[in-house]
Design a protein around this ligand. Structure first.
Ligand SMILES: *Cc1c(COP(=O)(O)O)cnc(C)c1O
Length: 427
């Protein structure tokens, strides 16, 4: 593994094509994957792991699901890309609109980043306003307007979180505290008529898993409606993951626009944004806001996504997935309690967060930041050694798939017990 990583680093910055894969947060050498099947990953040396990353969310059915591989193979035989319309794009759109009724029209793109960037341009074009609001701890991909953090006060100008993002872009982005109703109300009171859009993960999956408060989200929805600001739910991670209808179905809130990705590609590079018809009609070719993509709606990607959505919209799919998630987190918490390692968890559908802290209710970015990183890192490496593949960062959520068996869950809990002992012994 070390050799592969050294070789990779010669040609790929940091040895990877996406930074979190490099194991910087937990240190050590990343595991190079050779193949995967169902709930398992196999590394380049043949070691098997129970996978709780699932390619960061898409693999809700497990890896290399036979029906998806079959669909992809058959589609590929008929050509990989045409740059012209295909019927499967309409089928995919119909399926997503059926499952997520807030979406009346949809545009397919190639990543979550592209979807978020395009939705924001659309919202700005439609409202003829420039300001966007986002929340600390949420991630919406790496578009310039979104790599911004709060200045010294909530209402001061946003500042770039990455070199290369012009200050002039960042100043149009206001970053607020997740789940802070008073600050949200104050912001709308001051600049409500300037806000083009508010973008939010209704359940944040990029600071481990932190659900939005029901009341907080309702207040947000009302403020957006009152001020003609567009409410964008970023469900790239939560869409078809926390429930069949996404987080919006759990909270019973209808956003103006929704951003999707991950699961809708079934493992292929796909993103999408969609929502109210009059807003969506504002993009090219019907409307003036420009957006395009050479490979958007790619037939192979569409069939992988469509097959995934068909397979998860069967009876009891989410009940069964949630049951497994619950078993897993309850089992892990029980071991932590017994051994005396402070641990709190959140979970929803096939997604969970582990927090090494004495805090009981994790509802803010601040509380996530306050968790014990050393504990997570010991836990991570101990689990990895035992063949349990967790996210190489304490700020990432965990994912479970329909392929995880009762036995997989039991062995994960047993491994966690040993990892907690190691933490307790301070090694
Ligand atoms: C993963 C993710 C994105 C970015 O998607 P990419 O396909 O990685 O560009 C955006 N928003 C959320 C909530 C995500 O989890």
């Amino acid at each position: 593994m070390k050799k592969l990583f050294e070789e990779a680093k010669q040609r790929l910055p940091g040895g990877v094509n996406s930074p979190v894969r490099a194991f910087k947060a937990v240190s050590g050498t990343p595991v190079f994957i050779k193949k995967a099947s169902g709930a398992y990953l196999y590394d380049s040396e043949g070691k098997k792991y129970i996978d709780y990353v699932g390619s960061w969310g898409p693999m809700i059915l497990g890896h290399a699901h036979p029906k998806i591989i079959k669909a992809i193979s058959e589609t590929a035989k008929c050509g990989l890309s045409f740059g012209a319309p295909t019927e499967i794009e309409t089928k995919m759109a119909n399926k997503i609109c059926d499952l997520m009724p807030s979406i009346k029209k949809i545009r397919m793109v190639n990543s979550g980043t592209e979807a978020a960037m395009s939705a924001i341009r659309l919202a700005r074009g439609y409202t003829k306003r420039d300001t966007i609001v986002k929340f600390e701890g949420c991630y919406h991909g790496h578009a310039d307007s979104l790599l911004v953090k709060a200045g010294s006060g909530a209402l001061t100008l946003g500042i770039p979180t990455s070199p290369g993002v012009p200050k002039d872009f960042a100043k149009h982005t206001v970053t607020l505290t997740y789940n802070d109703i008073a600050q949200l109300e104050e912001t709308f009171k001051n600049i409500g008529n300037k806000i083009a859009a508010v973008i939010i993960e209704p359940m944040a999956g990029n600071m481990s898993l932190v659900p939005g408060g029901k009341k907080f989200l309702k207040v947000l929805k009302n403020l957006c409606d009152k001020n003609d600001s567009i409410l964008i739910f970023d469900e790239v991670m939560t869409g078809f993951r926390v429930a069949l209808g996404g987080a919006q179905s759990i909270f019973d809130i209808t956003p103006d626009l929704t951003i999707l990705g991950k699961i809708i590609g079934g493992g292929m590079p796909v993103g999408a944004f969609g929502g109210k018809e009059d807003i969506m009609n504002y993009i090219a070719p019907d409307g003036p806001v420009y957006q395009a993509g050479t490979l958007s709606g790619n037939p192979v990607a569409m069939c992988a996504g469509l097959e995934t959505l068909n397979l998860i919209s069967t009876d009891n799919f989410f009940e069964s997935l949630e049951f497994k998630t619950k078993k897993l987190v309850e089992g892990i918490v029980e071991k932590a309690n017994k051994i005396g390692v402070p641990l709190t968890t959140n979970h929803a559908g096939g997604m969970f967060g582990l927090f090494f802290t004495t805090e009981k209710n994790i509802d803010s970015f601040e509380k996530v930041m306050g968790c014990n990183k050393t504990h997570y890192n010991i836990f991570f490496h101990c689990m990895l050694e035992k063949g349990i593949y967790l996210a190489p960062s304490s700020f990432e959520a965990g994912f479970i798939s329909a392929s995880h068996s009762q036995l997989d869950i039991e062995s994960t809990i047993a491994a966690a017990k040993d990892a907690f002992k190691k933490i307790k012994n301070g090694s």
